[in-house]
Design a binder for this molecule. Structure first.
Ligand code: HXC
Length: 270
């Protein structure tokens, strides 16, 4: 699904001029909007995910729309060799790396009964190991630039959302990495924060999971939009957040996760 982001300029235009962003999952959904917001504020961006054609199309569209520079590198976050090659190409092309977004994720709704060994492992590998792999490959460059990381997680594990144990477990561990890395990388000048989006309209996640989520009754009276995550990204990467690290910023309108129990045939008994 293509998400077209209408970026409102809350922050100054050239905030990230001369900076370089690498974003996994940047070809679609929330991560595309995060990337586009950074490019709108002057950063050059590399987007990385599996589907080469989709990724290159997204990069072309973002370049046209922003007048900035977005470069696509195809690969799988589960494969350290792909990741190391992508970081090497980024450094060869731009000479530096300032910001990293760990956003690549895989998901589907599945009950415990239906979730195979391989299905659980697949989501853990994409979300959690993908986050570790990319950061491992990028960290020395981030230390050099005194850069910053944003790990994208979710709110699924706060309540223990049904049909989401695979993604929830991965995202909980990603939140843990955010805190561990903030402590370990802080002395090197690298800030590490997380963003935990609630249900965000018109995204791959909501297309897949939305039918089961009850999004009525959000206290802020609306669904989240990709723009909400994009603006949070710009803030967390900006100097305005220079004393903020190890924080997971929840961007969910205080959505209270509810699952429609009409989402049959899966039956949950408590
Ligand atoms: C049960 C399923 C399944 C489903 C796949 N599997 N889909 N099990 N229900 N709907 C099982 C398969 O049967 C297989 O197990 C195993 O998972 C691996 O499947 P593959 O298709 O071989 O894996 P792969 O090609 O790597 O694809 C990974 C994927 C895919 C996660 C299944 O959907 C994907 O890559 N999606 C990327 C985009 C995406 O999902 N983005 C949304 C993120 S949303 P067996 O045992 O048969 O071998 C998000 C937001 C959360 O993170 C917050 C929302 C509020």
């Amino acid at each position: 699904m293509t998400v077209v982001v209408e970026t409102t300029q809350i922050f100054k235009d050239n905030l990230f001029k001369g900076k370089v962003l690498f974003c996994s999952g940047g070809g679609s959904g929330i991560c595309r909007s995060m990337t586009e917001a950074m490019v709108n504020h002057g950063a050059k961006a590399v987007i990385f995910s599996r589907s080469k054609d989709k990724l290159e199309k997204a990069a072309r569209e973002m370049c046209l729309k922003t007048g900035g520079e977005v470069f696509a590198i195809a690969g799988d976050v589960r494969n350290p060799a792909d990741i190391e090659r992508a970081i090497k190409v980024t450094i060869e092309k731009y000479g530096q790396l300032d910001f990293l977004i760990n956003g690549a994720a895989g998901n589907f709704l599945s009950s415990f009964n239906d979730l195979s060994y391989n299905a659980f492992r697949t989501v853990i590998e994409i979300d959690l190991l993908g986050t570790f792999n990319l950061t491992k490959a990028a960290v020395e460059h981030l230390k050099k630039s005194k850069g910053a990381i944003i790990n994208v997680s979710a709110t699924l594990h706060y309540t223990g959302t049904p049909f989401q144990q695979h993604a929830g477990a991965a995202k909980a561990a990603i939140d843990a990495l955010t805190k561990h890395w903030a402590v370990e990388l802080g002395p090197h000048g690298v800030r590490v924060n997380g963003i935990a989006p609630g249900p965000i309209a018109s995204t791959v996640g909501m297309e897949k999971l939305g039918p089961a989520f009850d999004t009525k009754g959000v206290p802020l009276q609306r669904m989240g939009e990709v723009q909400d995550i994009a603006q949070s990204t710009v803030f967390l990467f900006s100097e305005g957040a220079s004393y903020i690290t190890g924080v997971v910023l929840v961007v969910d309108g205080k959505h209270l996760i509810k699952i429609k129990h009409t989402h049959t045939p899966i039956h949950i008994s408590y």
